[in-house]
Design a protein around this ligand. Structure first.
Ligand code: NAD
Length: 366
């Protein structure tokens, strides 16, 4: 089958990850163009990854007839507009997490893609992370009996780009940035049950001078089947990225540490090139990872999305997934603002960004 032709919007952190991941699955898809607004960045990115075409305006990329699938790796605030423009141009879309900033945007994105007859694929790579997939396979086989508690945590020392810290562009802090993974993970792991209620405790412990956003977040999700999800996020954990899960049932449990659990416990007095994302040093004891993209599931995610475009697989993560996550994010911010749990469905209208529900709980209308 012909390779799916991919255009990437954005040329920095996640764009590098997607370009490298697509290359790891060379039979499935190929990046043929990149667009990024800062002069010179798209060209440099194209040279680095051996990509034929580069644009400064993503709308030029959307006009490129060769492109079938657009991967959006721009800041959160841009996701909705780029998705809608891509759908109107007849392109399938892979949108990075979180899907967007507001629930109205989520609806508009899903609607635009449905009307245009294109796929809206939500890039939640944890659904493809080999260690987490193995945990789910065991759970689905009944290894742990009835699973009643799933925990996921993602914690690091804080984002690499300024826009994440500006809640106008990001929509929120660590919960919005990292919690979107854990919310999606717990929901997927448990078989996508309806969410019944959400409780969250948020605070800004360390980075108050830099951001209005939360830098510590604990979210408890109650599902309709009685199971619970616990999501823990932080922008205050030096020492490199920490991504791990715990699963508990009445017949057993499993634990998986995606990065340090796969790493080489290493001691070096002089240091070396790279240990793991967000690690500030490679001297002393460190935990260098290998096959980082593979362990996260990015190549497997892009392979699945390419196959969805070719019609040989059905999306396991789509716009609806992103909207479920978005509603839980709203509920979590509102819960932290009101100091109590929020029952779903929870669809307050006209919220400019999720974090407003924490800062101004009266917006929740409850
Ligand atoms: N799945 C994951 O684990 C993961 C990891 C990192 C980032 N992300 C997500 O990917 C997205 C990008 O994050 P990042 O870390 O790459 O950020 P980044 O700051 O490293 O890169 C953002 C890119 O978007 C470009 N951009 C800005 N405005 C644009 C516009 N109007 N049109 C086109 N491009 C524009 C910038 O020039 C830059 O190239 C975010 O939504 C983020 O949450 C996901």
């Amino acid at each position: 089958m012909a390779k799916v032709k991919v255009g990437i919007v954005g040329s920095r952190f996640q764009a590098d990850c997607i370009a490298a991941s697509v290359k790891m699955m060379p039979d499935e898809s190929e990046v043929v163009a990149v667009a990024s607004p800062t002069p010179g960045n798209a060209e440099a990115f194209a040279r680095r990854h051996g990509i034929a075409k580069s644009y400064t305006d993503y709308r030029d990329l959307l006009r490129d007839p060769e492109i079938e699938l657009v991967s959006i790796t721009a800041p959160n605030r841009m996701h909705a507009q780029i998705t809608i423009d891509a759908a109107r141009a007849g392109k399938h879309v892979v949108c990075e997490k979180p899907l967007c900033v507001t629930l109205e945007e989520a609806d508009a994105m899903i609607d635009a893609c449905a009307k245009a007859g294109v796929l809206l694929l939500y890039a939640e790579e944890l659904f493809f992370a080999p260690k987490y997939v193995k945990a789910k396979q065991m759970a689905d086989e009944g290894a742990f009996g009835r699973v009643h508690l799933v925990k996921q945590g993602e914690k690091h020392s804080g984002p690499h780009s300024d826009w994440f810290w500006d809640v106008e562009q990001s929509g929120g802090g660590a919960l919005m940035d990292l919690g979107c993974h854990g919310i999606a993970f717990c929901w997927w792991f448990l078989g996508k049950p309806k969410v019944k209620s959400v409780y969250a405790q948020l605070s800004t412990q360390v980075h108050g001078a830099r951001t209005q956003g939360d830098d510590e977040a604990i979210t408890i999700i109650e599902f309709e089947n009685g199971a619970m999800g616990v999501v823990e996020n932080s922008w205050n954990r030096p020492g490199g990225m920490d991504d791990s899960i715990e699963v508990f049932g009445d017949k057993g449990q499993t634990y998986a540490d995606m990065l340090m659990g796969n790493a080489l416990p290493t001691y070096s007095e002089v240091g070396f090139g790279y240990a793991v994302e967000k690690a500030s040093t490679t001297t002393g004891w460190t935990y260098p990872v290998y096959e980082e993209h593979w362990n996260y599931g990015f190549p497997q995610e892009m392979r699945h999305f390419a196959r969805c475009v070719r019609g040989t697989e059905t999306p396991i993560s789509d716009g609806e997934t992103g909207r479920v996550v978005q509603e839980v994010l709203y509920a979590a911010y509102a819960s932290a603002g009101l100091g109590r749990k929020i029952e779903l469905p929870f669809r307050p209208r006209g919220i400019a960004k999720p974090i407003d529900l924490w800062k101004r709980p009266e917006l929740a209308g409850q």
